[in-house]
Design a protein around this ligand. Structure first.
Ligand SMILES: C[S@@+](CC[C@H](N)C(=O)[O-])C[C@H]1O[C@@H](n2cnc3c(N)ncnc32)[C@H](O)[C@@H]1O
Length: 285
């Protein structure tokens, strides 16, 4: 056997070995079911297990605009179906499930779907595990559990998308709602914290504005001091990092502000009469 033949045989053997090792790990879903059969409605730590129907799962992921760049956490993962569906889109996904048997089953399904590099299931408590790095959070829990999670969620990076099957988030109104087969899916976008007094400066001019913002979740109200006059803000909103509002300046011209808030800094543009745009920078007092 020539040296070339010997080395190509070795490469082929190594390939077969690698594939058979992968196959040894990859289980069929039916094999997973043999080990453990969960019952719909079985008790869980804080809520029973009821799986979200496939169409709702897909709708939730679409509402949240999940892409391969996302890190999706499903809180209370059950059999892992939401985490698996997110993994199939190409996102990195994690399911947190308290019931050890359920978590094992979900992890088995992850392997059966050959998603082990994308999706994983953690056996743990959603109130103890850290999901702060998620860009998308999905839930099918209970209204009171959503409320307990709400402070943690509101402290996540602005722009994080949160989607819940069936249950709301108290007085934090959803940014979007979808009805599918008499069920409801909700979407919230974590808003930046914009509450406070901001000083805005228009580039290339001596114009400065003092803007007072009062925030309740994504809804904002307030006023702007331009010169000696105070004008109410109109249509003020915050969506993720983006803040928008309009006001009439001291010349009676309607100005529309669109900006990005990062911590105590704001950058954006101010539109004026005839669509002229000037750059604006600002900081919070
Ligand atoms: C209604 S099921 C939803 C399952 C899955 N997310 C879906 O939508 O198909 C809720 C799941 O949360 C789990 N669970 C209950 N309390 C939990 C907790 N504190 N931490 C993690 N999982 C929990 C239950 O065992 C159950 O599997």
């Amino acid at each position: 056997m020539s040296r070339l033949l010997r080395s190509s045989t070795a490469i082929a053997l190594a390939g077969v070995l690698a594939v058979s090792m992968i196959n040894a790990d990859a289980k069929d879903r039916r094999e997973c079911d043999r080990d453990y059969k969960p019952q719909v409605g079985q008790s869980g730590k804080d809520v029973v297990w009821v799986p979200t129907p496939d169409e709702i799962v897909q709708r939730m992921l679409r509402m949240a605009k999940v892409t391969p760049q996302d890190l999706v956490y499903d809180l209370g993962a059950g059999d892992g179906k939401i985490a698996i569906a997110a993994g199939k889109i190409g996102a990195t996904s994690v399911g947190i499930e308290y019931n050890p048997d359920m978590a094992k089953l979900a992890q088995c399904y992850v392997q059966a779907e050959e998603l082990a590099g994308k999706t994983r299931i953690i056996q743990g408590d959603v109130f103890k595990e850290d999901f702060s790095k998620a860009t998308v959070v999905t839930m099918y829990l209970l209204p009171e559990l959503n409320l307990r999670l709400r402070p943690t969620i509101l402290n996540m990076k602005p722009g994080t998308r949160v989607t819940s099957h069936q249950f709301t988030m108290g007085d934090w109104e959803p940014d979007e709602t979808a009805e599918v087969d008499y069920r409801t899916a909700y979407l919230w976008i974590v808003p930046a914290k914009v509450d406070g007094t901001w000083t805005l400066r228009e580039q290339g001019s001596s114009n400065a504005y003092t803007v007072n913002l009062t925030q309740k979740y994504q809804k904002v109200s307030g006023d702007v001091a331009t010169g000696s006059a105070k004008q109410p803000l109109v249509g003020a909103t915050v969506r993720g990092e983006e803040v928008r509002f309009a006001f009439n300046d001291d010349k009676g011209v309607t100005r529309t502000m669109t900006g990005t808030v990062r911590g105590n800094e704001l950058t954006g543009t101010l539109k004026g009469a005839g669509g002229t745009e000037t750059k604006v920078t600002g900081s919070r007092k």
